[in-house]
Design a protein around this ligand. Structure first.
Ligand SMILES: [Zn+2]
Length: 541
């Protein structure tokens, strides 16, 4: 905070060391604890009344500036513990906003973005929302200062029909405006109350906007936060992706990284890659942001070079290190390492290995993962439908080359799209089966696997590694709303969901070939076991 030193300030000793925060010597420049002018004092008191005793701390930093720390409670019922884990947020810790406010002439709308100093959760170093929240509050200050809100529309039309990218983007822009108006509804309470309210209102919507610049997306939102295609956002995301979007290294679990790379390899080397490698990698290198790979100028030859490099590093290093081969970026070119980072950062579904004691034995594979693709609002809608119709579980199998896209775009009504590989014998929709053997039939696509047996290196969960990634078979266990008008059951054990909102992914299963031959289980018989595991993972702390 050295930029805040002013000639008027004089050094005083710490009055109470228990309040000093680590190495920040913010108390060094106190002149006095004199009460602020009435306008600022009224604002601080109002915030205290709204957010609770102890939610505001203030100190006069120098005659012209008050340092204010506002603790905003994270009160969002829409955020489950899984969402918080995936977003690097702790529900029970208030979000702490530091501001330096003017000691004289304080009023609504005088707060400049530069007066925002820091946003964090105390005692939680992995807090991952700082960049986006800083942008959110910066925009809020600008809007208040310029009175731009006077022209905002309060229409909030959040129905999630299929839409053009432009319409979708516009809808999220309007949603942001409507939330700002909501936060400003009690403008008489003062600026800090409105700022804190806006922060609370925006928390459940973070995944609908860029995790760095907070601009609206033109893609339907998914569970994991993501960035817009602007160069700087994409670059920063690759560099700091784990800090921005994933929690406690969950997404960086070596095994999950390895799985994401296997999916990329399958998609990028598929004869159908022009169709199914969606998104195509968006990779920049160095501070000059040199373009390595870009969706607007797809170059599959270049992509193949780096993909083959990853494949060979995976093969040679993986045998010794297990899935954590991906951490050994020193054995790759800078381009291949950047592609690897992008692969992890661009994942938009939450994937975490189940521990030994959590797995369902009947699935006959040790490779079981929690898979959450639905964002909080979709999950909330799903829970409403569940109360009305009830749910059952079913498998969704798809060729391993399709999962790169599914994890980033969600399970789509793929029968009429590019992801279709097995025909839509029973009309359009998301195909599901209660019998594993049927779903496993959908996981193969003209993929001739050579004589190499798939060798599984037995290692600790989190670092397991399958030697021959071409033999992998993947499917999801989904929870499905039993709405008789929209879920068709055209054949024994086959369900076709007409709309996406009927299906939520819960678990992800990976089989090596040898394993899946012996498996034929029925989800209906495992209902109790699967349901218990879903409940447990939803509320796990
Ligand atoms: Zn952005």
């Amino acid at each position: 905070m050295s930029e805040l030193k002013s000639p008027e300030a004089k050094r005083v000793p710490h009055s109470d060391d228990s309040h000093s925060e680590g190495s920040e010597d913010e108390t060094d420049w106190i002149v006095t604890d004199k009460e602020p002018e009435p306008a600022l004092k009224a604002d601080l008191d109002a915030a205290r009344a709204l957010f609770g005793e102890g939610s505001v701390r203030s100190t006069q930093l120098c005659p012209k500036t008050y340092w204010v720390r506002l603790y905003v409670p994270v009160k969002c019922t829409a955020l489950s513990s899984t969402v918080c884990t995936a977003w690097s947020l702790k529900l029970e810790i208030p979000i702490c906003v530091d501001l330096c406010l003017p000691g004289t002439g304080y009023d609504f709308g005088v707060v400049e973005p530069s007066m925002l100093k820091q946003i964090r959760q105390e005692g939680f170093d992995e807090f991952g929302l700082e960049k986006q929240l800083m942008q959110i509050l910066t925009d809020f200050c600008r809007v208040c200062k310029s009175c731009a809100w006077e022209s905002f529309s309060s229409v909030d039309n959040t129905t999630m029909d299929e839409d053009t990218p432009e319409k979708l983007c516009r809808r999220f822009e309007l949603k942001k405006q409507s939330l700002m108006l909501q936060a400003l509804a009690d403008k008489h309470m003062g600026f800090l109350c409105c700022l804190g309210r806006y922060l609370q209102l925006r928390l459940p919507t973070l995944h609908e906007y860029c995790a760095i610049c907070d601009s609206a997306f033109s893609l339907p939102p998914m569970m994991m936060r993501s960035v817009c295609p602007r160069e700087l956002c994409t670059y920063q995301f690759g560099e700091f992706g784990s800090k921005i979007t994933s929690a406690e290294g969950m997404n960086n679990h070596a095994e999950v990284v390895d799985l994401l790379v296997c999916m990329l390899l399958a998609a990028a080397t598929s004869p159908r890659r022009h169709l199914i490698l969606d998104p195509y990698p968006n990779v920049y290198l160095g501070e000059q942001l040199r373009v390595v790979l870009h969706p607007e100028s797809k170059d599959f030859g270049t992509l193949e070079t780096y993909v083959h490099e990853l494949q060979s590093v995976r093969k040679s290093v993986g045998n010794q290190l297990g899935a954590s081969w991906s951490a050994k970026t020193s054995s790759m070119s800078a381009e291949a390492a950047a592609l690897l980072k992008w692969t992890v950062a661009s994942n938009r579904s939450f994937l975490a290995p189940l521990q030994d004691n959590e797995r369902i034995e009947a699935f006959r594979t040790p490779f079981q993962y929690l898979l959450v693709s639905a964002p909080p609002d979709k999950e909330a809608r799903f829970q409403e439908l569940k109360k009305q119709f009830g749910t059952s579980f079913a498998f969704h199998g798809s060729s391993s080359e399709n999962w790169h896209s599914i994890l980033r775009n969600g399970l789509k009504n793929a029968s009429n799209t590019k992801l279709m590989t097995c025909g839509a014998a029973h009309g359009p929709g998301i195909y599901l089966s209660t019998a594993s053997a049927t779903s496993l039939g959908y996981t193969r696509h003209e993929q001739k696997v050579g004589g190499d047996a798939v060798a599984l290196k037995r290692q600790k969960t989190g670092n397991r590694f399958v030697e021959n990634q071409r033999g992998l078979v993947m499917m999801a266990v989904c929870e499905v709303i039993q709405d008789p008008t929209r879920l068709r059951k055209p054949a024994s054990q086959i369900w076709v969901a007409g709309v996406e909102e009927l299906v939520c992914t819960r678990f992800f299963l990976v089989f090596t070939e040898a394993e899946h031959f012996g498996m034929n289980v029925c989800t209906l018989k495992l209902d109790k076991e699967i349901r218990a595991l879903v409940e447990k993972s939803r509320y796990a702390g």
